[in-house]
Ligand binder design. Structure first.
Ligand SMILES: *Cc1c(COP(=O)(O)O)cnc(C)c1O
Length: 394
């Protein structure tokens, strides 16, 4: 099929709820993707950070092939080996909790919100979330997402949500009442623009939650599974949550989400209270096990930290040449370039020149390279951006 033929199928048969770039991707390999017209693109935003260790990582592909020949899915009224194995690997790399598996980030956050209500006394029904957050598109997670643009046309929202400015200790303290069941927050905001809070902020929230017998939920759907150079972003802040959610990079390209909770909290999720048909299926869990093993065998946490620092340095150098760059915010391979003007045209031009990045909040260029990325590939990306910005300024 030609690119045009595929696009015509979409126009006729696929609901148009996504603004799509006019490219048909037919193959992915490591840090690169290839389109139907034979173009090679350096992918610094692979599948919105889902292909966190690169497209079609060989160990993940092999694990999927092996598992696919044995068992794809068995329902959760029986046991399967990959789900148990994955839960153990995650627990050992986090805070020793237990996991519930689902199929997406929004589902993981839904589970977290339900668990918080189930675990706390009935009068505690409120959730505090931060402005600029992104927690998903279901009704509860959309309500948790404290950005009016995501609510337009969808009112009324779910009751019980309280919004506070991000990284504002005073506002957080003021929002607490004895009706608060939990705070849900991203340790580093992604879609909100790569916003990194002060360590003291997250530590203060932890104390407030303890004093008010509320739970702390970290949404690590983007930050989790290594992107920041540690398994989970909370490990940079010395703050342990009661509940943590993850999804994007977990399956290496397979759809999977997880909610992990401390043992005593997890105990409140008893049979009949929550479930999902596909969650924790053998195929997705086998892929996730392979992701974790590959990260360890190939020392990808170290690579994310080291190449992340290098990327930040290189992007900061561009600032001297291009006044549109204000500053760079990053932790590991979660990188935001704050511009003084709009970024979406820059993203389009980068793609025309063989580089995929993203723009969020209008003026933040987002780089979320795969954890296998090399310094040479960062140089390649920065060169393309450099040329695009030079052209743009003419
Ligand atoms: C992507 C994302 C979600 C939603 O995940 P889906 O898989 O799209 O439902 C939730 N929280 C954060 C922080 C995310 O980045």
């Amino acid at each position: 099929m030609t690119t045009q033929e595929t696009i015509e199928l979409f126009e006729k048969y696929v609901i148009g709820n996504y603004p799509r770039l006019p490219r048909v991707i037919v193959k992915g390999e490591g840090s690169y993707m290839f389109d139907a017209d034979g173009n090679k693109v350096l992918d610094m935003f692979p599948g919105w950070a889902v292909s966190g260790i690169g497209h079609c990582h060989p160990k993940v592909v092999e694990a999927i092939r092996n598992q696919a020949g044995r068992l794809l899915h068995i329902d959760n009224t029986l046991y399967s080996e990959p789900q148990g194995k994955l839960a153990k690997l995650l627990s050992e790399r986090a805070f020793g909790g237990k996991s519930f598996f689902c199929n997406s980030g929004a589902e993981a956050n839904e589970a977290a919100l339900k668990l918080a209500r189930l675990h706390t006394p009935q009068q505690k029904y409120k959730f505090i979330t931060a402005e600029g957050s992104f927690h998903g598109r279901t009704f509860a997670t959309m309500t948790a997402t404290a950005q009016p643009k995501h609510h337009e046309g969808l009112l009324p929202l779910l009751p019980g949500f309280v919004y506070v400015p991000f990284n504002d200790v005073v506002a957080m303290e003021a929002a607490f009442t004895d009706e608060v069941a939990a705070v849900m927050i991203e340790p580093i905001q992604g879609e909100g623009g790569i916003n990194i809070p002060d360590k003291e902020y997250l530590q203060k929230i932890r104390r407030l939650c303890d004093e008010n017998k509320a739970l702390l939920i970290f949404d690590e759907v983007t930050t989790g599974v290594g992107r920041t150079g540690k398994w989970f972003a909370y490990q940079h802040f010395d703050v342990v949550p009661d509940i943590m959610t993850m999804a994007k990079a977990l399956g290496g390209g397979m759809a999977i989400g997880a909610m992990m909770a401390k043992d005593e909290v997890a105990a409140s999720l008893v049979p009949g209270k929550h479930a999902t048909t596909f969650g924790g299926n053998a195929l997705a869990c086998a892929a996730a096990v392979a992701v974790i093993e590959a990260i360890e065998e190939e020392k990808l946490l170290q690579n994310a930290a080291e190449v992340g620092r290098y990327a930040k340095e290189k992007l900061e150098l561009l600032k001297q040449k291009h006044s549109i760059i204000d500053h760079v915010r990053s932790v590991g391979l979660m990188i935001g370039v704050q511009l003084t003007g709009p970024g979406s045209e820059i993203v389009d031009k980068c793609l025309d020149n063989g580089l995929r990045i993203n723009c969020t909040q209008g003026t933040v260029l987002r780089f979320m390279p795969p954890m296998i990325v090399t310094k040479e590939q960062i140089e390649e990306a920065v060169d393309i951006l450099d040329n695009v910005l030079t052209e743009q300024a003419k």
